[in-house]
Write a protein that binds this ligand. Structure first.
Ligand SMILES: Cc1cc2nc3c(=O)[nH]c(=O)nc-3n(C[C@H](O)[C@H](O)[C@H](O)COP(=O)(O)O)c2cc1C
Length: 400
């Protein structure tokens, strides 16, 4: 039967009928209503860029910029991201890809996914749920999480929040070596199996957004931040009604990040310190922040089990080498005696595949999960991991 009233020219040849109610019922599938406002918000995020956009709206500018920004002109970060996007995949077809194994051995232990969550300082500033939320997601997904020396939750509290997670500890060497020794001991006693020694932060990077925003840690109440409270009331409410934002590893400090680094961190950091850390730390050791193949070979001679090619997410030296591009020469110089890892610039599962295809054992993601954290606490970090997993394993994707 043809509908009356239609005059399009195809109606002369197209036979039409009235759909049966049962047919309509079949295609009418309203999306389940999410009562939780955070979940509603996150349901609209299908890429890490989407999470970043939500994070930007939900977080005071100085905090968002601290996370999102990098040093000087931010070229190190921009180039690192671009390098990943420049990689071209050359797929083989007719190989059967119904079952994709995303698991990976990382320093002798199986990880369900081929990446880890990078150490980031001041995580409770991004969202009050902080490091514990990130560790819980790592536990749920069976991937490693590295707690930073500059963390805002203690070594022991993170261990208690996610007892079954594979936990790593990131160490900065301070002028006071005794403090570092104590941190290593506490991390070891709390079940952290791997130490990431960061070696690219002898002096503070010039992070211009922080300078312009006048960011202090903890954030101080100035006229500007007070006015910002009006536009981000939830963030300020959470900051002021949860444990004060102090460092877990050091007594409180009320200055800028650069002042903090320059006051506490040891600018004389050298290979003797690496030897000292190797002697002191009984677990696996990763040297984080390697930026040339010769240094990679040397730290392996000093006992590193893995080298992490990284320019600290572009937050230290601008115009630094692009970690992804250092992979081939570093693999040559290390010659199979240690694992070679990479970070800086990873924003998608495709980037992770690119890192592995170039020979990295694993890679670390930093900002990607912090965008998730700012967008929606633990749920947001979970969303980030789900997005990366959906990229890696499209046939199992539930996110999109
Ligand atoms: C907000 C923020 C804080 C960071 N804090 C630390 C830290 O305390 N220790 C450290 O070794 N690296 C730190 N990093 C660097 C990360 O561990 C990692 O190298 C970097 O984020 C990777 O780049 P990506 O953000 O592009 O993934 C931080 C990075 C960010 C974005």
């Amino acid at each position: 039967m043809a509908f009356g009233g239609f005059t399009g020219e195809n109606d002369l040849v197209t036979k039409r009928r009235v759909p049966k109610p049962s047919e309509l019922r079949e295609i009418l599938r309203p999306k389940p209503i999410k009562l939780n406002p955070t979940e509603r918000r996150l349901a609209n995020a299908h890429t890490i860029a989407d999470l970043r956009a939500i994070a930007r709206r939900r977080t005071p500018r100085a905090v968002f910029d601290y996370t999102d920004g990098a040093a000087e002109l931010e070229d190190s970060l921009r180039r690192a991201r671009q390098a990943f996007r420049n990689v071209e995949f050359h797929p083989n077809v007719l190989r059967g890809v119904a079952d994709v194994d995303t698991s990976r051995d990382i320093l002798g232990q199986r990880s369900a996914l081929p990446f880890a969550l990078a150490p980031t300082g001041f995580t409770r500033m991004m969202n009050h749920e902080g490091e514990s939320a990130v560790a819980r997601v790592a536990q749920r997904e069976n991937i490693p999480y590295a707690l930073s020396t500059m963390g805002t939750t203690s070594i022991e509290d993170v261990a208690a929040a996610a007892p079954a997670a594979r936990k790593w500890f990131q160490l900065y060497v301070w002028r006071d070596h005794g403090a570092g020794q104590e941190l290593m001991q506490r991390a070891h006693e709390s079940g952290y199996d791997t130490l990431l020694l960061t070696v690219d932060t002898s002096v503070a990077g010039a992070r211009m957004r922080d300078v312009r925003n006048g960011l202090t840690i903890p954030p101080s109440l100035t006229l500007r931040t007070f006015l910002d409270g009006a536009t981000h009331p939830a963030w300020w409410f959470n900051l002021l009604t949860t444990e004060p934002l102090t460092f877990a590893s050091l007594t409180s400090f009320g200055g800028t990040v650069a002042e903090l680094i320059n006051k506490l961190f040891d600018p004389t950091l050298n290979f003797d310190d690496l030897a000292w850390v190797r002697e002191t730390w009984p677990g696996k050791l990763v040297v984080k922040g390697i930026q040339n193949p010769d240094d990679a070979r040397d730290v392996v001679k000093y006992g590193a089990d893995a080298v992490l090619l990284s320019n600290h997410g572009g937050r230290q030296l601008d115009r630094a080498p692009t970690p992804l591009e250092l992979l081939p020469s570093t693999l040559d110089s290390v010659n199979g005696e240690a694992e070679v890892w990479v970070d800086t610039g990873i924003l998608s599962g495709g980037d992770i595949v690119a890192a592995l295809a170039r020979g990295a054992t694993t890679c670390l993601v930093g900002r990607a999960y912090l965008y998730g954290l700012m967008a929606g606490g633990e749920r947001g970090v979970q969303r980030c991991v789900d997005i990366l997993l959906a990229d890696l394993q499209p046939s199992h994707a539930t996110v999109r």
